[in-house]
Design a protein around this ligand. Structure first.
Ligand code: 5GP
Length: 190
């Protein structure tokens, strides 16, 4: 592995905890940092732009990329769709000494800590006040079946049980996005 001088900031936490909003704000404040696109097989949601946070691809295309070794890590999230971080973009950023920010689920975090040296990694676990709060946020974000909601709550319980593995934990309170962003910036040292 070439010398890595940058920092990979992994934003972890249950779906609906507000990781995406925090990263959107960081992006506005620090356009010089790298925000790599991940690939996923889940359908695009209204309001999303292909190629900004995700590239939406078919299962066949995703599996082709797995065999080509193009992912730093990949996982099936909520027992349903593939998600994978792109190796090239992240490693190039780290080799160039950049701050690279990406959200991943806890499986992605567990894989990445195995491969990236600790001094190049910062992990932040974003949680909400209660599981009830989380349920409401997930419900408000996109329409989904009760079964799908239950799968997300199951993943959330699993993620929260592993939160202590991350370097930092923050509670992202409703209406307090700015405060959460400030805290994450402080952790990164930007
Ligand atoms: P959503 O479908 O709500 O955007 O994301 C579902 C979950 O997948 C979230 O917990 C999100 O952090 C996670 N995720 C997003 N991108 C990646 C990735 O590249 N790898 C992994 N392992 N998880 C990801």
């Amino acid at each position: 592995m070439a010398d890595l001088t940058g920092k990979l900031v992994l934003v972890v936490g249950p779906s609906g905890s507000g990781k995406g909003s925090i990263i959107r704000e960081l992006r506005k404040k620090h356009p010089d940092w790298v925000y790599p696109v991940s690939h996923t097989t889940r359908p695009i949601r209204p309001g999303e732009e292909d190629g900004l946070v995700y590239r939406f691809i078919s299962k066949e295309e995703f599996e082709k990329r797995i065999t080509e070794g193009r992912f730093l890590e990949y996982a099936i999230v909520h027992g349903e769709h593939y998600y994978g971080t792109d190796k090239g973009r992240i490693m190039d950023g780290l080799e160039a000494g950049n701050v690279v920010v990406r959200e991943v689920d806890i499986q992605g975090f567990n894989s990445i800590v195995e491969g990236i040296p600790g001094e190049n990694l910062i992990s932040v676990f974003v949680e909400v006040k209660s599981l009830e709060d989380l349920k409401e946020r997930i419900r408000g974000r996109a329409e989904m079946s009760d079964e799908e909601l239950e799968r997300r709550m199951e993943s959330a319980r699993d993620e929260i049980a592993q939160a202590d593995k991350c370097d930092f934990r923050i509670v992202n309170e409703a209406g307090q996005l700015e405060a959460s962003v400030d805290k994450v910036e402080g952790m990164i040292g930007g």
